[in-house]
Design a protein around this ligand. Structure first.
Ligand SMILES: Nc1ncnc2c1ncn2[C@@H]1O[C@H](COP(=O)(O)OP(=O)(O)OP(=O)(O)O)[C@@H](O)[C@H]1O
Ligand SMILES: Cc1ncc(C[n+]2csc(CCOP(=O)(O)O)c2C)c(N)n1
Ligand SMILES: [Mg+2]
Ligand SMILES: [Mg+2]
Ligand SMILES: [Mg+2]
Length: 346
C-alpha cells in the first residue's frame, strides 16, 4: 500500500467515532502539521517515549493492539507524572516491509483505544519503512496549571514517600510471557494467548500488555496543593526513587514491610522461585506513580484517594540523614538500594 493510502487506512475514523478531544483539534491529520487550541492560562507539557521491537516487545509477548495501547499508555503516564491533563499525541511509525497494513490497523486500534480512554486526540505523526524492527514513538502533549507541574525535585526531608499502586506486576507478567514463549509448543511469531495462563497470572500479563496510566492520581495530587514530588515507574521503583532523591538532594528511606505486594505477584514469584521485591525494585513498566508529600498532607491525601477508589500506600520517608535510597528490610536491617533498573545501555 502506498504511503498516503496507508496513513488514511490507519487514521480514518468515521465522524461518528471521533471523540470530543479530536473534534477540538483545529487542524488534525492531513496537513503539514496539526493545530490545537490551548486552554487560556495553562502551560504546555511535552514528552515522548519509544517502543522498539525486541527491546520493549517481541512477537510472542505483545499483540499489535497491545503495542499500540502500551505506546500510548507509557506516554500518557509521563503526563500523569507531571500532574498534567494529557491532550494530544503524534505517532511516529517505523515499519518493516514484512508488516502488512491490516496488522498496523490493529496497532492503531490499540493506540486509539488508549487515547480515547484518556481524552487524547491523535493529531498526526510520521511513517517510514525500515530494514530493521518495528518502532513506535509517541509524542504526547498535555496541560497543567501555571507553575504547578509536579517535579522530581520537590522532595524535602521529613516528607512521606508513597506509591499509587502495586509495582512489580508488569515484570512478573513479562516473566510468565517469556517462559511460555520458550516452551516448544509455543507458536512462533504469535502472541501467547492469555488463556495459556491460569487466571491470577492473566492479571500480571495484562499489567504488562495493557498498563493503565495514573492520570486521575496525578491530578488528585496536584489538586491537593501540597506540591508533591512525582515520578512514574517506567524503569523500576529503585531507579525512580533514586531520580527523586538525586533531583531533590535528599535521601529516601523505604520500608519493605510497607511496600504493597499484590497477592498474585507474591504467589507467582513464589511459584517460580523469583523475588517479588526484586521485580518491584528493578522490573519497571508499571506506570504507577511514586512520590513524596509533606507529612501533614498525608492524611487528607490518603482520604481523597480512598474516596475516589484510587490506591495509595505510604512506603517510606524522605531524609537528610543520607543521599540516595535505602530500605529497611522485613528483618529490621537497613541496607542501601542499588540504582539498578532497566537501563538501555547496560
Ligand atoms: N535524546 C534525547 N534528547 C533530548 N532529551 C532527551 C533525550 N532522551 C531523553 N531526554 C530527556 O531526558 C529526560 C529523562 O528522560 P527519560 O526518558 O528517562 O524519562 P521518562 O520518560 O520518565 O523515562 P522512561 O523513558 O523510562 O519512560 C526527559 O526530560 C527527556 O525529555
Ligand atoms: C521482550 C521484552 N524484553 C524485555 C522487556 C523489559 N523492558 C524493556 S524496556 C523496559 C523499561 C522501560 O523502557 P523505557 O526506559 O524505554 O521506557 C523494560 C523493563 C520487555 N518489555 N520486553
Ligand atoms: Mg522516556
Ligand atoms: Mg517518566
Ligand atoms: Mg516515560
Amino acid at each position: 500500500m502506498e504511503e498516503f493510502a496507508l496513513i488514511r487506512h490507519l487514521t480514518d475514523r468515521p465522524p461518528g467515532r471521533r471523540t470530543a478531544a479530536e473534534t477540538h483539534l483545529v487542524v488534525g491529520i492531513g496537513d503539514d502539521a496539526a493545530v490545537t487550541e490551548l486552554t487560556p492560562g495553562m502551560q504546555l507539557v511535552l514528552s515522548c517515549d519509544t517502543m522498539v521491537q525486541d527491546v520493549h516487545f517481541n512477537s510472542k509477548t505483545m499483540s499489535m493492539y497491545d503495542i499500540g495501547w502500551k505506546a500510548m499508555a507509557s506516554n500518557v503516564s509521563d503526563m500523569a507524572a507531571m500532574g498534567a491533563v494529557p491532550r494530544n499525541a503524534l505517532v511516529a511509525l517505523t515499519v518493516p516491509a514484512s508488516v502488512p497494513a491490516d496488522r498496523l490497523r490493529e496497532l492503531y486500534a490499540g493506540l486509539y483505544a488508549c487515547a480515547d480512554r484518556y481524552g487524547v486526540a491523535l493529531a498526526g505523526g510520521d511513517t517510514t519503512s525500515t530494514p530493521g524492527g518495528l518502532t513506535v514513538t509517541v509524542t504526547v502533549t498535555g496541560e497543567v496549571e501555571p507553575g504547578r507541574a509536579l517535579l522530581r525535585s520537590a522532595a524535602r526531608p521529613g516528607d512521606a514517600v508513597f506509591v499509587t499502586g502495586w509495582p512489580g506486576r508488569s515484570a512478573a507478567g513479562l516473566h510468565a510471557l517469556l517462559a511460555a514463549g520458550a516452551r516448544p509448543e509455543a507458536a512462533a511469531d504469535e502472541p501467547i494467548p492469555e488463556e495459556a495462563f491460569p487466571p491470577p497470572v492473566r492479571g500480571l500479563v495484562a499489567a504488562h500488555r495493557r498498563p493503565e496510566p495514573s492520570v486521575a492520581a496525578g491530578r488528585r495530587l496536584l489538586a491537593g496543593g501540597a506540591a508533591p514530588a512525582l515520578n512514574d515507574i517506567s524503569d523500576g521503583l529503585s531507579s525512580e526513587a533514586w531520580e527523586i532523591a538525586e533531583a531533590s538532594g535528599c535521601g529516601l528511606l523505604l520500608r519493605e514491610a510497607d511496600i504493597p505486594v499484590a497477592p498474585e505477584l507474591k504467589a507467582y514469584a513464589d511459584a517460580v522461585g523469583a523475588s517479588a521485591l526484586e521485580w518491584i525494585l528493578t522490573g519497571g513498566e508499571d506506570y504507577v506513580l511514586l512520590g513524596t508529600l509533606p507529612e501533614e498532607a498525608m492524611a487528607v491525601t490518603a482520604e481523597a484517594f480512598a474516596a475516589e477508589g484510587l490506591p495509595f500506600f505510604r512506603i517510606g520517608t524522605a531524609t537528610s540523614a543520607f543521599a540516595g535510597v535505602r530500605l529497611v528490610g522485613i528483618d529490621g536491617e537497613e541496607r542501601p538500594v542499588a540504582k539498578s533498573g532497566y537501563n538501555h545501555f547496560g
